[in-house]
Write a protein that binds this ligand. Structure first.
Ligand SMILES: [Zn+2]
Length: 201
């Protein structure tokens, strides 16, 4: 105990309380490093998207990029441009420097949110996280669906393949609830998504 002069504290990363001598624990630093390693690639594509040389992955994702209104010529995807700037600034420090800085947890969260938004433009929808999808589904008030609608819906909207057998197994194991709607059992997409994500871990 006395050999250690470094003050041990809990990781300040969101939802993480692992012991660490820095502001971010080893796991959170590694996760930040992983996010940051993808940034140079994202910046390159964002630059192309911002100048319209490259199209954003989906028009839906590119929405809010500016350029559509009168007087806003030349058309430039300002969303992509801003993300490229933000991500470029994020590279000013190393993951270790963030970990040892008191604002490390905030920086990590910020960099991850910017990288996530960039990935959406560059790679498209499947990179959207479970939490984001849950929020969106809840906001949209998506109704329970029978398996024959739910399965193609998941494929189309989320790029996620769920097999009918897997769905039945989840019901059998009481991991998701079967909602009876006039003879057709239906499933809550949010519940199914949660179980899907749990099963991948
Ligand atoms: Zn941590």
């Amino acid at each position: 105990m006395s050999e250690k002069f470094v003050y041990e504290q809990e990781c300040t990363g969101g939802g993480c309380d692992k012991p660490t001598t820095h502001y971010l624990c080893g796991d959170c630093t590694t996760s930040l490093a992983k996010t940051m390693s993808d940034i140079p690639r994202l910046i390159e594509v964002l630059k192309l998207i911002s100048t319209n040389i490259e199209k954003a992955f989906t028009q839906k994702a590119a929405r809010g990029g500016g350029g559509g209104k009168a007087g806003s010529k030349p058309p430039m995807n300002l969303n992509a441009y801003q993300l490229a700037l933000n991500l470029n600034m994020a590279l000013a420090y190393t993951p270790h420097q963030y970990a040892t800085h008191q604002d490390g947890a905030w920086s990590k969260q910020y960099i991850e949110s910017q990288a996530k938004a960039a990935k959406l433009l560059v790679d498209g929808e499947p990179e959207v996280t479970r939490t984001e999808w849950e929020t969106r589904l809840k906001l949209q008030g998506v109704q329970p669906m029978p398996a024959r609608h739910l399965i193609p819906w998941f494929k189309e909207k989320l790029g996620v393949t769920i097999h009918a057998g897997t769905l039945r197994q989840w019901v059998f194991l009481k991991k998701i609830q079967k909602i009876e709607t006039g003879g057709h059992p239906a499933y809550d997409p949010v519940e199914v998504l949660k179980e899907y994500e749990r099963s991948k871990r």
